[in-house]
Design a protein around this ligand. Structure first.
Ligand code: GLC
Length: 421
């Protein structure tokens, strides 16, 4: 099939503009009607391909929601929307941050994109980068202080990982008895097919964890003691490692002291090494409460290159996983009994994960692998549109449509016109 790349570029720009709510971009209208943390960082990177000023605004709006303790929330509820559950009334975090928000964070990809956008035009970018730098440092310090165990980054809710329904969390979720969660009405299943979404079993536990945080007024010290869910995640660990590397480079360019950031990188490298699960021969999530690996090779396992860890052992793993199905990289190993090509984070391909894995392969000099992954992603989006995610068997689009981050990574990485990082 010959593709009209110019038309695809145009459609991607239209999606970003269409989801723009003035200063921030929705992941997609309907299903996700607010500003999401890492979606927004990807959106900024996409905007930077055609509107640098708008790219900076996106990041500045995201950081305008930063909490006094440094945390940058996973959702900013700028304007009420009855079509979304759980909204600000359920999170109960009013008064803590400057904007109504959730009480957890999300993968810290922002520093990497701040650096990339700064590199595109240093003169224009300098005041923006200078203002954002201390905010990024404060956020990363929050991760260091409240979200690391033995050097690896832990998540306190599956939503914090950005891979909501991944099998990585099954053990820790099973240990929760969602007693007293009460009645609630989900909204996600009225926007997309319930077969693609998490089950009621999972959702009860998601809400139970939100209620726990709310009861503790999102106090990190109390949560560290009381939250049964603390799972170390290779994706979060490698993403923060990369973010710190980029933040240190940015800081040096701005003449800032980056000694503290360099210490964090070393700690994260040690933490990531501890996530190597010998039994499956891959980086794996580790439940720090039950002291158990999840036993799953997932798309998170392949972020070692993105973190800057060029691990030979992962090359044969990625080759095995991506040749098992037509489209790489499935979010779960197709050989795993839980693999489901349509269900959220249990099989489908996310273009954003491909992008992060591809950027990593590129920066570690694994050019052939990176090029192959980029071509697959290009074909997937080119043939099947800007969906939230895709079936790895036939490429069919799934979840929400006209998705911001898919359009953004198209523009910045997958399109032939992309100038990227
Ligand atoms: C889902 C995804 C998460 C994303 C959000 C908005 O919750 O799992 O990663 O940030 O949707 O797109």
């Amino acid at each position: 099939m010959t593709m009209d790349y110019e038309d695809l570029d145009r459609r991607a720009r239209d999606i970003l503009r269409g989801n723009d709510r003035g200063g921030y971009t929705l992941p997609t209208d309907g299903l996700y009607p607010y500003q999401w943390n890492w979606d927004s960082a990807f959106a900024a990177w996409g905007f930077a391909e055609f509107d640098l000023a708008r790219a900076w605004t996106e990041l500045e709006t995201l950081f305008s929601g930063q909490w006094p303790n440094g945390m940058v929330p996973h959702i900013l509820f700028h304007r009420p929307n009855a079509g979304y559950f759980p909204g600000p009334d359920v999170w109960g975090a009013e008064g803590i941050g400057p904007i109504l928000s959730s009480g957890i964070s999300q993968p810290p990809v922002a520093a990497t994109f701040v650096r990339a956008i700064f590199e595109k035009d240093r003169t224009l970018g300098e005041p923006h980068a200078r203002a954002l730098f201390p905010k990024l440092v404060a956020w990363h310090r929050w991760f260091r202080d409240w979200r690391t165990e033995a050097g690896a980054v832990v998540v306190t809710h599956p939503w914090e990982a950005g891979r909501d329904n991944a099998p990585d969390w099954d053990g820790a979720m099973a240990a929760i008895d969602p007693v007293g969660v009460g009645e609630y009405k989900r909204r996600d299943t009225s926007h997309v097919d319930p077969a693609m979404r998490p089950t009621k079993y999972d959702y009860d536990r998601y809400i139970w964890l939100v209620q726990l945080g709310r009861r503790l007024r999102w106090d990190e010290a109390a949560m560290r003691t009381e939250n049964p869910f603390r799972v170390a995640d290779p994706a979060m660990t490698f993403i923060l490692m990369r973010a710190n590397r980029d933040l240190a480079i940015l800081g040096r360019a701005l003449g800032e002291d980056v000694g503290e950031i360099e210490t964090w990188i070393g700690e994260l490298e040690a933490g990531a090494a501890g996530l190597w699960n010998e039994e499956i021969g891959a980086y794996d999530s580790f439940d720090t409460r039950a002291r158990k690996f999840s036993g799953c090779v997932t798309c998170a396992s392949f972020l070692n290159w993105y973190g800057g860890v060029d691990d030979e052992r992962m090359l044969s793993q990625i080759e095995r996983v991506w040749s098992a199905k037509r489209y790489a990289v499935p979010s779960l190993d197709p050989g795993h009994p839980q693999f489901n090509s349509k269900r959220y984070w249990r099989g489908p391909v996310w273009a954003v994960f491909n992008t992060l894995i591809g950027l990593g392969l590129e920066s570690c000099g694994r050019r052939d692998h990176a090029a192959r992954l980029r071509e697959t992603t290009r074909a997937l989006i080119g043939e099947h549109g800007f969906a939230e995610y895709f079936d790895p068997i036939d490429g069919s689009p799934a979840g929400g449509g006209t998705f911001t981050w898919t359009a953004a990574v198209w523009l910045a990485w997958a399109s032939p016109s992309a100038r990227g990082a």
